[in-house]
Design a protein around this ligand. Sequence first.
Ligand SMILES: *[C@@H]1O[C@H](CO)[C@@H](O)[C@H](O)[C@H]1NC(C)=O
Length: 351
Amino acid sequence: MSSTLIGIRDDTVDGLYSPAKQKAANRGNYTSRSALFLRRAPQLLAAVKFKLLLAFSLLCLAIFLSSKLSSFMGWIPDRASLVSSPYRGSYTVLINTWRRNSPLKRTAAHYASCVGADAIHVVWSEIEPPSERLKSDLDRAVKLKSWRPDIRVEIEENGGGGSGRFKPIDEVRTDAIFSVDDDVIVPCSSLEFAFSVWKTAPLTMVGFVPRMHWLDLDLLKSGGVFHRYGGWLSVWWMGSYSMVLSKAAFFHKKYLDLYTNEMPSPLQDYLARERQNCEDIAMSMVVANASGTPPLWVKGKIQEIGSWGTSNGKGKEKRNECLNDLLSFYETVPLLSTNVKIVNARQEWVW
Ligand SMILES: *[C@@H]1O[C@H](CO)[C@@H](O)[C@H](O)[C@H]1NC(C)=O
């Protein structure tokens, strides 16, 4: 046994497969090859670059095709639930308008074109009632764009302002309300995504426009309590928020009732006096007070088509005033802050 083993070892050392010889041979080879490589490096590099580019393009193409393919093959889990329960799978769009020459027709037609829209209700807050012409134009624009032949568009006349923006509407069939201003366009895909988020958290507000509040520490030191209202810049800077504005947000229809009928009457009077100024902050507080949960901010591009400054005209001081006045009606601050931002996994490239 042992003799054969030794024999084999000898054979490898002395024979053709000597590792040392092989190494030496390789080394010689390598030096001449590396010289060649250095001389041809620029061409090789270009070739590698080209291949990388080609591979990247193919990858992009593959990703693009697979995303198309998934909808082509019908891998859209939501469609089925949409058909089986029409009212749970859809939402009512509540458009708020209070200006003459508002882009209402365009906005209404856009939301009618989204698959989940069950009906469009326009809350009319102008003093003058809408003209018959506008009503019929609106009806035609909506019917033209909607995929539902039975879509309804109703104008809820509000008698010129007051706190009627969130008045409950008897004909609403869906649990979900999408509240939106007449100059805000949210693409249907973002809307459907936010709706799917709302379905997982139907008691809270789910929206696209986050705002925040914080305690003013300078005033606190001097004994006062004062909260400040923060716009998008503050949200971006701090990475947290405690409200989503009803200019583009989903909430449960029961909050319409809570807002209009269950609020303490001094608070209702205050809102009636302030008209359009504080309603959106008030709604955030109603939902937060009832649900005990923070709102949810969904990533999405929204487009404001109105003239700049009309809907943003509410000055910072006015917003601070609203916030503090409204908070004074609550025993504790109902608003809760959060850092959650919800994104669509299908649209994120990096894990
Ligand atoms: C906040 O919620 C509590 C408990 O549900 C309720 O009693 C109170 O009236 C609410 N506050 C306001 C200002 O609506």
